[in-house]
Design a protein around this ligand. Structure first.
Ligand code: NAD
Ligand code: UDP
Length: 325
């Protein structure tokens, strides 16, 4: 007879009021863990965590994690630390470039020190943007990327690369248990309807029968992962054994052009919206042309692959967005 011994843990989640952090929190609380969320609400929303306030196993600390943890954390007995804080949308980091790089650079450094001192495991949420405008397709973890170090997106992609470097340096120097995930475009209920990302922007435009705005000619691509699938992979990465110092892509390899994305959303919303094409400027002037994760490593090391197909995930997301119309 098998006996499962499951020890409940005390877990810190930075950026816990955001899209991914709030779903991760729901999932971990449902398993009985104790969660402390640290968030400054720069891009996250109180709506996302309203259901959690009052839960005895949930604690919210409103603070900026680019400051040393001693300034905002009293307790030091966490076993696991998910560092998810950072604006994620181009609009979010374009509007907050200094905070973005401070969060991924200073914040990651301080949290690594904090985690090491209390012997906690740290998972760092990096991004497919670490590959920049990739010349290798699909992208494997071994690819070094094609990043403009001083470009309009560098406050995000270069600071995420700094965060990865900090994790690996501490791993090498101290054998610290850190794990890095490179997350590819993730969407779902609790996406900010106004953050300008392709899925929320197109759904809101379609539901309002307003023009769906494509930047460029619509031939560039993205691969979209439903948030529940992503949360499952984050938990496997954090709680799996022998993963210290590993870097793993997490995402759904199904790849769509932006024009196809617009047409699918238009169909699923029964929308009369016209599809229009705009020039790429500002933060969009350095838009990566294509993006698709190679998830062989996640398949092998985490026994994980996403299970939600695009239309199923979109239908759930569209239902959520109806309350904002
Ligand atoms: P989100 O914007 O919904 O959530 C990020 C959260 O971090 C927000 O609640 C925000 O208020 C908080 N935050 C930002 N800076 C902070 C700071 N200095 N101190 C405290 N809180 C801060 O974004 P998300 O989609 O949930 O992304 C979570 C993480 O995953 C981010 O690190 C992001 O870079 C990464 N990621 C996300 C995607 C995606 O497609 N959603 C893709 C790649 C990587
Ligand atoms: N996009 C678009 N119209 C929009 C929003 C986004 O054509 O209203 C395109 C954008 O140019 C990019 C892709 O959709 O090529 C994904 O953009 P998003 O902001 O979601 O995230 P990114 O992957 O660029 O970080």
């Amino acid at each position: 007879m098998f006996v499962f011994l499951f020890i409940l843990a005390k877990i810190l989640i930075t950026g816990g009021a955001g899209l991914i952090g709030s779903h991760l929190t729901d999932s971990l609380l449902a398993k009985g863990h104790q969660i402390t969320c640290v968030d400054n609400f720069i891009t996250g929303r109180k709506d996302n965590i309203e259901n959690l306030l009052g839960n005895a196993n949930y604690n919210l600390i409103e603070a900026d994690v680019s400051n040393p943890p001693d300034t905002y954390l009293k307790e030091k007995d966490y076993q696991y630390l998910f560092h998810l804080a950072s604006p994620a949308s181009p609009k979010g980091y374009f509007n907050n470039p200094i905070l973005t790089y401070k969060t991924n650079a200073f914040g990651t450094h301080y949290l690594l020190e904090f985690a090491r001192n209390i012997n906690a495991r740290l998972l760092y949420s990096s991004t497919s943007e670490s590959y920049g405008d990739p010349l290798e397709h699909p992208q494997k973890e071994t690819y070094w990327g094609n990043v403009n170090p001083v470009g309009i997106r560098s406050c995000y992609d270069v600071s995420k690369r700094f965060g990865e470097m900090a994790c690996m340096t501490n791993f090498r120097q101290f054998k610290q248990d850190v794990r890095i995930v490179r997350i590819f475009n993730t969407y779902g209920p609790r996406n900010d309807p106004y953050d300008g990302r392709v899925i929320p922007a197109f759904i809101m435009q379609a539901l309002k029968n307003e023009p769906i705005t494509i930047y460029g000619d619509g031939s560039h691509t993205r691969s979209y992962c439903y948030v529940a699938d992503l949360v499952e992979s984050l938990e496997k990465m954090m709680f799996g054994e022998n993963l210290a110092g590993e870097i793993i892509n997490l995402g759904n390899p199904e790849e769509y052009s932006i024009l196809d994305t617009a047409n699918i959303i238009k169909k699923l919303t029964n929308s009369n919206s016209e599809i229009i094409f705009k020039t790429m400027e500002g933060v969009r002037s350095e838009d990566p042309q294509k993006r698709q994760p190679d998830i062989t490593k996640a398949n092998t090391m985490l026994s994980w692959s996403p299970s939600t197909d695009f239309e199923t995930g979109l239908k759930k997301t569209i239902e959520y967005f109806k309350k904002y119309i």
